[in-house]
Design a protein around this ligand. Sequence first.
Ligand SMILES: [Cu+2]
Length: 386
Amino acid sequence: MCTSSVLSPSIFMAFFVAVGCFMAYPEVVTAKQAGITRHYTFNTKLKNITRLCQTKSIVTVNGKFPGPRVVAREGDGLVVKVVNHVPNNISIHWHGIRQLRSGWADGPSYITQCPIQTAIINQSLQTGGGPNVSDAYTFNGLPGPLYNCSAKANFASKFRSLATTMFPANVPQTVDKKFYFTVGLGTNPCPKNQTCQGPNGTKFAASMNNISFALPTTALLQSYFFSQSNGVYTTDFPAFPLHQVNYTGTPPNNTLVSNGTKLVVIPFNTRVEVVLQDTSILGAESHPLHFHGYNFYVVGQGFGNFDPENDPPKFNLVDPVERNTIGVPSGGWVAIRFQADNPGVWLMHCHFDVHLSWGLRMAWIVLDGKLPNQKLPPPPSDLPKC
Ligand SMILES: [Cu+2]
């Protein structure tokens, strides 16, 4: 589980579900058993936790950090009742659950739902400060022994899919639509009568294709479903950067980003390729990009700028790893492929809290297919209100 205080004023929590017996009994993967429904209650509350010789008040579930284990068997239903005892708004997202046609339960605030409002009436703890940057990213609530160490040898890059009949790698061999997204840092002008801490007195920003994502005040999925996009979002997120430069070379003098709530629209079942390109603007950095609603295949990666002539022939279309989060290499690129078989509105974002809050995110609209089971169902009656 990881917790973060990023989507100020709401808190975004990501959980990992332990699928019980998956490893011990691989036959559950193929044996389609009728699932049961399991009920959990999550009371989010602040608790003092000591890590790295510091004690901090952090958001916990049921007073536990790491959070409680959620156990389920494949095919089970899970009902998690979240009661928010923290003074901030909160939303909960599940990594590893694809949310097939269930985007209403995906979690990210103002993308697929409005956040869960606080059950605390007196909001006296509002500090008005900027985003809190995490001191450390943790596994099971503990920072690693080599914190601040950036290992160059990437063991995980050697992983492959099994690509067997039982565990196939359904990599799109051809694609219908190609995208090239830059990911990186930039600046926004400092508002008048304010002092800013960013480069040359500006405000730090982060962007995809130089667009820093502006969060709407109503949830995108709702606006889309009820055809009320007017004034909420536009569908003109560019497939390529509008200004082409040497993304990993000497950075341009103008580091300004543009700001907007721009989305990409694709038809159901489109076979998509996205090349995510890091930029050296205000420093090259690795960005862990997470895509909601989908798993994708990592078909290629490299350093420097992606070469559309010479890199694609080297793609692995046979047994690439299937992921929902991928690190865009610092000063490099990564190419992913997926088939858009899950209708809805899906967030794609850097998982570094500070980059996310600076706008390193965008969203995809995947349209309904023709068949009844290819359409996004209506929202549940208990969807949180803004
Ligand atoms: Cu990032």
